[in-house]
Design a protein around this ligand. Sequence first.
Ligand code: SAM
Length: 298
Amino acid sequence: MRTQKSFEQQETGSLYLVPTPIGNLDDMTFRAVKILEQVDCIASEDTRNTQKLLNHFDIKTPQISYHEHNTHERTPQLIGRMLKGESIAQVSDAGMPSISDPGVDLVKAAVEAGLPVVPLPGPNAALTALIASGLAPQPFYFYGFLPRKKKELVESLEELNRREETLIFYESPHRIKQVVEQMLTVFGTDRQLVLAREVTKRFEEFIRGTTEEVLDWLEETQVRGEFVLIAEGNSKVQEDEPALWEAISPKAHVEALMEQQGMASKKAIKEVAKLRNLPKRDVYAAYHDIDQQEEDKR
Ligand code: SAM
């Protein structure tokens, strides 16, 4: 176990994770600008792209490229620099580093090396779209990009169809119709979907409707821009699929929770009562082999 005190004086440098705008430069925070100015180097997914951002805010810090094809060689180099005292900010092309973007390898290596990893809050397409979607904001399941191959896409959607959480996807404009078509097949016609298009940009729009309605929109529209696709969770999961515990007695259910999840009997009884919608005393009696009617007579 190790504890990180992000802002304690130390000999090494720190790794700052800096989110950048997803379309509107005004979404850059004061702190993000300050950190990009202060660090020794910025590790960018695409240095040319980030240079535009740096020019806009008159930031002179040098950059080094850090993308999916050079993480292997770059990660140890950057870790070495931070161990010697340099601080580095990592940015992706847009939004939060590591979220369907490069970053995680550097973070893992920095954690491993005992370097402070300091995240900044800021733009992110998934959460920004979610809060305006009108669908349940929590619990949610962030998936990112679905597989490209049709067979894997269908398998993933079938798997996701068992989830009750709101589902969040990133998708390219070229594939979004194909994905929604498959969603219609797997999730059915009634599931509520939201397409959040060009969020924070001039042509931002939200298309809200059933799978069928959203597919109609995609078929009638020349699809352009960036999309977050949000799907309502499956509210029928519990009705459709019997829970595994339905095959066992309340007593066995309590014992299973104690054994498998290390719960104390009191907690397991409470949990079983809640899951099975039974009075707690009935579950208690079943667990302790007490004949409840005899008990009541006493
Ligand atoms: N790291 C980014 C983040 O934190 O949101 C995501 C990067 S991922 C490579 C790019 C995808 O995010 C796009 O294909 C799209 O699905 C989504 N996206 C990014 N910007 C968006 C925007 N302004 N509006 C809608 N979706 C956006």
